[in-house]
Write a protein that binds this ligand. Structure first.
Ligand code: SF4
Length: 375
């Protein structure tokens, strides 16, 4: 990409800029691999500003790999609750347990051992090894790929495997082997702060003079758009029970994949955490929901149940546009189901729940208030 003399200048300018202007982020104040790892996992799919309070709370409760490994899974999920993509939390705990069992509680420093941990791919491994151990591995994620595509005026879908491979080779060639940790963070920082997806700030860019995309006037249009997956509409109906003590009923996530496959009535979109009884519907949502609840709770008296519609909740998960129809069901006593829990409807976050479940609870509470107003 760049000849030797230009490469040295490119590195000097980018590193100089990073060392002077980098954002003060909590995980940059340490070289502890546990903390670097945690920050990298949290930053997958999550913005920096959103991740910071979670990172701080999580570390307060789990300051090291041992405390994370030994914690009840439910507590780990509760502290992750709201960040989304909960497999990250589960995998992190499994990885912590493996680190304790196989590596004596010391974070491994060899690439093969790090990649073997659950939830850690090439990018995260390269980030941890370079930042915490000074190992010479170049990171490549969407941010860095965008910077590289603009610098080299690379067209086409960057996620095609051969092109991604070429980008990795470019990232490896650019890597400053004297300071791989700072270098990787500098590339990420450039992508996050100046070379942003929309309106890159080329006038402030420390490496603008090397940028082919800018010279050709096409930087902003790179990377070229991938073909978008068509949106799939999903409608779910949810039962929010409420008894006289204002408690509600939540169901646990299925414990293993077989159970999950068998539980085809529980849409996987809500089943990874504690959730309200929910079913995928196609018209006739109230009737379908009541039939589903009767099947689920065979011995429970349901003749007097009245399903009160509690509006609509909209939510998106990747390519799925979810419309969720909550129904409030006021009962004298909440049904007792194996594994279920009764918690205050106004405080369901005492259990690990998803944002979607929280939205449903809010809608049901609003419906309950308007019923009271009408009485
Ligand atoms: Fe990105 Fe502009 Fe810098 Fe090129 S000059 S790397 S497009 S910010």
């Amino acid at each position: 990409m760049l000849e030797r003399s230009k490469l040295a200048k490119f590195r000097k300018q980018l590193l100089g800029w990073f060392r002077q202007f980098q954002r003060d982020l909590p995980w940059r104040r340490t070289k502890d691999p546990y903390r670097t790892w945690l920050s990298e996992i949290m930053l997958q799919q999550t913005r920096v500003a959103a991740a910071i309070p979670y990172y701080e709370r999580f570390l307060q409760r789990f300051p090291d790999v041992h405390t994370l490994a030994a914690a009840p899974e439910e507590e780990v999920l509760r502290l992750w609750s709201g960040l989304g993509y909960y497999s990250r939390a589960r995998n992190s705990q499994k990885a912590a347990q493996l680190i304790v069992a196989k590596h004596g509680g010391e974070f491994p420093s060899r690439l093969e051992a790090v990649i073997a941990l659950p939830g850690i791919g090439n990018y995260t491994a390269a980030a941890i090894l370079s930042i915490a151990f000074g190992e010479k591995h170049a990171v490549l994620d969407g941010n860095v790929a965008r910077v590289l595509a603009r610098l080299g005026a690379i067209r086409g879908d960057l996620r095609e495997s051969w092109r991604w491979q070429e980008l990795q080779e470019s990232a490896d060639r650019l890597l400053d082997t004297e300071s791989p940790g700072d270098w990787n963070q500098a590339m990420m920082e450039l992508g996050a702060t100046l070379c942003t997806p929309k309106s890159p700030q080329c006038l402030l860019c420390p490496v603008a003079q090397f940028c082919e995309g800018r010279k050709l006037g096409i930087a902003e249009s790179l990377p070229e758009k991938r073909k978008k997956q068509a949106t799939v509409e999903v409608t779910l109906a949810t039962a929010v029970f409420r008894d006289g003590k204002k408690q509600t009923l939540l169901l646990p996530a299925p414990k293993n994949t077989n159970e999950k496959a068998a539980a085809d009535h529980v849409p996987t979109l809500v089943s990874k955490m504690w959730h309200f009884p929910t079913l995928s519907v196609n018209g006739e949502s109230a009737q379908n929901l009541i039939a589903f609840l009767r099947k689920m709770m065979p011995g429970v008296q349901s003749r007097k149940w009245k399903l009160v519609p509690a509006g609509k909740v909209r939510h998106s998960v990747t390519y799925r546009a979810i419309t969720l129809l909550p129904f409030l069901i006021e009962v004298k006593n909440l049904p007792r189901l194996r594994g279920s829990r009764h918690v205050p409807l106004a405080d369901i976050s005492s259990l690990p729940v998803s944002n979607l479940t929280r939205k449903v609870a809010r809608a049901a509470l609003a419906a309950a208030v308007s019923i009271l107003d009408q009485r």
